[in-house]
Design a protein around this ligand. Structure first.
Ligand code: NAI
Length: 358
């Protein structure tokens, strides 16, 4: 299936949320940090997912209320709340997918790396519990800095002897969601038909949208093609300056929200949407859907660093194939080179933390 057809299929699947009741296999999903700004709307969206039969909502406090509230929605998933560390094992037992948005969010002036001190320990402890109670689950790691928390998760599971690189996935879907939205808006394209791969990591310059590979490609199509494909007649063709501005806006999308919320946290609603899209994709892969491709930050050998986000095929065991980057233009090649020092440092920081805090 080509990228355009895939983007349309994904949009249809999202629209069907809450209404579909297809015969999918039973699947348990656990959300760790379920009472938080992301955790609550994400729990709501997973309750509406046709792919979930059991939903375990865990946090250090507040989950009985969230679970009672969400459980009244008349959709398939049975919901249970778990609060406090002594209930964590029960929340995780039998989970197919564990989504982790636990930890502190950014305030204005903070980088994602400023969160490291607090979130590194939280992620390590939660992943340790996953390694003990649901070692085969696919982990969807949302907690920042993702560039470091994914390597922390990998090291933690290695130490427990249960690491499977196919099952540890950093959630970068919000970068893709933003790139699609900003690109479609600027190019005058129908956003439901747009796909933009975003590669690298999940912080500042490590986020690299590949607009040269966008579908539909506003720079590659004739005006007639664009008119046929778009909701807005006479869609724009984008200049190099437009692409540079779109790249920077995608890289700074998180900061745009942090500043607008003025001290009240970072993206929660759009992140919950992106997290639900990604978790659904993991579940569809587990269920044997043959055509599930998403960008995600995983163990990778397609570049010089050991963790990298690129398009990945998701299947019955998690990551089935990590795709290469395809052809990059000079602007993207420069972006790839520029991100490497920061990405490598964040990865090493995560690995050192996990090793030193054994
Ligand atoms: P929040 O502060 O509103 O919620 C975090 C929740 O985690 C709270 O309910 C808290 O009680 C819980 N928590 C803390 N320690 C825990 C532990 N040991 N076990 C279980 N739960 C624990 O924060 P928000 O806005 O929901 O953000 C959560 C994380 O997601 C942050 O690290 C943020 O930077 C990250 N994030 C990631 C994005 C991405 O694209 N990957 C986008 C936006 C935010």
């Amino acid at each position: 299936m080509n990228a355009l057809a895939r983007a349309s299929k994904q949009a249809l699947q999202t629209a069907a949320r809450g209404f579909a009741s297809g015969a999918y296999p039973d699947r348990k999903v656990a959300v760790l940090g379920a009472a938080g700004g992301i955790g609550q709307p994400l729990s709501l969206l997973m309750k509406l997912s046709p792919y979930v039969s059991e939903l375990a909502l865990y946090d250090i406090a507040g989950t009985p209320g969230v679970a009672a509230d969400v459980s009244h929605i008349n959709s398939k998933a049975a919901v249970k709340g778990y609060a406090g560390e002594d209930q964590l094992g029960e929340a995780l037992k039998g989970a197919d997918v564990v989504i982790i948005p636990a930890g502190v969010p950014r305030k204005p002036g903070m980088t994602r790396d400023d969160l490291f001190k607090i979130n590194a320990g939280i992620v390590k402890a939660l992943v340790e519990a996953c390694g003990k109670h649901c070692p085969k689950a696919l982990l969807n790691i949302i907690s920042n800095p993702v560039n470091s928390t994914v390597p922390i998760a990998a090291e933690t599971l290695k130490r427990l002897g249960v690491y499977d690189e196919k099952r540890v996935l950093g959630v970068t879907t919000l970068d893709v969601v933003r790139a699609k939205t900003f690109y479609a808006e600027k190019a005058g394209l129908d956003v439901s038909k747009v796909d933009v791969p975003v590669v690298g990591g999940h912080a500042g310059v490590t986020i690299l949208p590949l607009f040269s590979q966008a579908v539909p490609g506003a720079n590659k199509l004739s005006d007639a093609d664009i008119d046929a494909l778009t909701a807005v007649p006479g869609a724009n063709k984008l200049s190099d300056a437009d692409i540079d501005a779109l790249t920077k806006r995608t890289q700074d999308g998180g900061t745009e929200v942090v500043q607008a919320k003025a001290g009240k946290g970072s993206a929660t609603l759009s992140m919950a949407y992106a997290g639900a899209l990604f978790a659904d994709a993991c579940l569809r892969g587990l269920n044997g859907d043959p055509d599930v491709v998403e960008c995600t930050y995983v163990a990778s050998n397609i570049t010089e660093v050991p963790f990298f986000s690129s398009k990945v095929k998701l299947g019955k065991n998690g990551v089935e194939q990590v795709y290469g980057l395809g052809e990059l233009n000079d602007y993207e090649k420069a972006g790839l080179k520029a991100m490497m020092p920061e990405l490598r440092a964040s990865i090493e920081k995560g690995i050192s933390f996990a090793k030193e805090s054994q």
